[in-house]
Design a protein around this ligand. Sequence first.
Ligand code: IPM
Ligand code: MG
Length: 359
Amino acid sequence: MKLKIAVLAGDGIGPEIMEQGVAVCSAIAEKFGHEVSYKEALCGAHAIDEVGDPFPEDTFQTCMEADAVLFASVGDPKFDNNPNAKVRPEQGLLAMRKKLGLYANIRPVETFDCLIHKSPLKDDMVKGADFVCIRELTGGMYFGKKVEPTINADGVEEALDTNYYTRPEVERILRVGYQYARQRRKHLTVVDKANVLASSRLWRKVAQEIMTEYPDVETDFMYVDNAAMRMIQDPRFFDVMVTENTFGDILTDEGSVITGSMGLLPSASTGEHTPVFEPIHGSWPQGKGLNIANPLAQILSVAMLYEYFDLKAEGQLIREAVNASLDQNVRTPEIQVEGAGKYGTKEVGQWIVEYIKNK
Ligand code: IPM
Ligand code: MG
């Protein structure tokens, strides 16, 4: 297969983990006889610094012309505490989602047995938890009508975000959820706040109609507050969870941390144009340039990329190599076990590349 990949390394630890992601991607291509080409493009804080735009037109074109985007992370502390900043790196991420029509964000929440002890939950409670959160990514409050803080006619400062959804938006994301559920344990949970929010009542109404088309899948409904609780009390309850943008943002952070392996979780965003594959974790500016960032989430994002194109053996070999590196204690500092050798971002990536080559 021929694959054109747009490489958006972004900020912070992004370029370092991306280097390893690309190395693994190439090792797999060589092993399985695929022709992969890469084109780098700017995004995030360094794109603001260089061209004044966190998702420049050139980058958009590079993404549109590619078969897939491999993305690392964006963000820089110099923007975080400045509410008056006119442009922010995160706007680049939102622009990319909107312009590429990436309405479905797929975030698997998986546990790795050897890292269970890192979970804030009791081991026996979280062991075996394995679900996917399908987060709607181009609607809701993120993109609804906004009024930035402003003084109103009564002299009171006010601001507004609108949680706007249309039936087609809800329908298409639910269908993505059902497709996943059919390939998994056939259990789908719609997470909403239909007891309070009108937008959630639309979600529930649409879901109650759509579910009749998928009688082989068990559908249930859960309020978001209850879901947040259930995720820590009984994470194994979930198989596929479908939810709106803001709830999904919050619940997926919770999901990544209960596994104890945030640095290992990849994600995919799919929709109308080129799909994007990226780690769930952020740009970790404090770790930049130190060769200590864990490249596994980026590497597993490459596995998701191959799997998206139905190249299952390719994805499987990456997963096998990642598991082998963990089993053999080839790990970055945050998950290193006492007495094991020392490995940085590069060393872990290279070990995985060698494993793939020698397979
Ligand atoms: C995420 C992030 C983004 C979001 C930020 C960086 C805009 O938290 O991908 O979950 O809120 O969607
Ligand atoms: Mg988030």
